[in-house]
Design a protein around this ligand. Sequence first.
Ligand code: ARG
Length: 458
Amino acid sequence: MQLWKGRFQKALSKTTNDFNSSISFDSRMYKEDIEGSIAHATMLGKCGIIKEEEAEDIVKGLKGIEKDIENGDLKIDMECEDIHTFVEGELTKRLGDNGKRLHTARSRNDQVALDIKLYLKKEAVNLKEMLGKLVEVLCNKAEEYSDTVMPGYTHLQRAQPITFGHHLLAYAEMFLRDISRIDDCRKRMDEMPLGSCALAGTTYPIDRNMTASLLDFERVTNNSLDGVSDRDHCMELASALSIVMVHLSRFSEEIIMWCSWEFKFVELDDAFSTGSSIMPQKKNPDIAELVRGKSGRVFGDTMTLLTVMKGIPLAYNKDMQEDKEAIFDAVDTVKMCLTAFTPMIETMKVLPDNMRKAAAGGFINATDCADYLTKKGVPFRDAYKATGELVAVCIEKGTTLEELPLEEYRKICDVFDEGVYQAITLEKCANDRKVLGGPNSGNVKAQAQRIKKLLEKN
Ligand code: ARG
């Protein structure tokens, strides 16, 4: 079914109709479409553009349609061109002429722009909540493992001792930025486009601010061409979600490594692992791998949106119908990933002994050994060189800085004394990094508390 039959003599061919139609994917916006129409009709009535009784009849009719869709009495007709066509057609079936009055001072162009914004504003809140839950889980785990020593890495080479809590909170910071990015995006899209009509606004004396406040929008769009042709909110949300996926993917990569026998820093709960059909010993981190893999979809969605938008002249062009599948897929994918990822982190078993063992190899206290000399007055570059030589001695003897006898230390630099062993204990090395933002256990706990308070305010 189409709304624009007047000037046509023939119906669309079946294949063209299928190609042209968006109802298979925009029917998910039926609630937003009805909500928008209710506000529009109410405003038309209040402004005297249609009669108040007509508006009331329309509102009642729309509510009835919504209820019937919800309880399964009304099936959305997939032969319709789009959800806007379906709702208006159904309303007209039910009300006759009053149904036909709804589209006064409106176009599907501003209607679709409105529906997407209403839909995405809700999803932005859902996404923020889901990310908030993940951050909370990370904070709780970080508090629990605030003094668990592990190696920190650069170039995937053991570098300096940190705490596991500190490592987890690095991700909490990333997801906090994601939350604020999504929130920024939600605020920017909080502009109501209805009244832009097809592209040039309308001669009817409509009250756009009234419609905006009925729909809980912060403000109205200020240019009718922009109102119908802007899809920044889709591109921006998809971009923000791409960054979420980068973070989830990096984290997944670490989880996957940590689950390997080479690391064995964590073990995932059975409920979040899979086995192999041939290798009985296998316990695979499929969930983390899927999250890592699904990042590609969301990046692709972002690229789709940018490409769809980049070459189209003002104002509406049908190309823009392609926005929905991309942004819906990005939103759905991130939600699906978070639904699996958060409980996977919450239930994973942390293996502090293995982290401690890994921290004991790889000379990750070498910087602290050099700092020890520096604190005794040796210039840092000399201390650095002396420690490098000590590491070489250890490698040759197959030992560690902790186990190397004092004479060996003193052969390289006579400033060393017994105190060096205390200075290079891994726990001390991690915990003495009390600098703001450092891995010290007290810091980690304080940061976790700060973040949790921040979440409460959000
Ligand atoms: N189904 C269309 C879309 O998703 C709605 C707007 C149609 N407007 C038009 N003039 N064809 O973009």
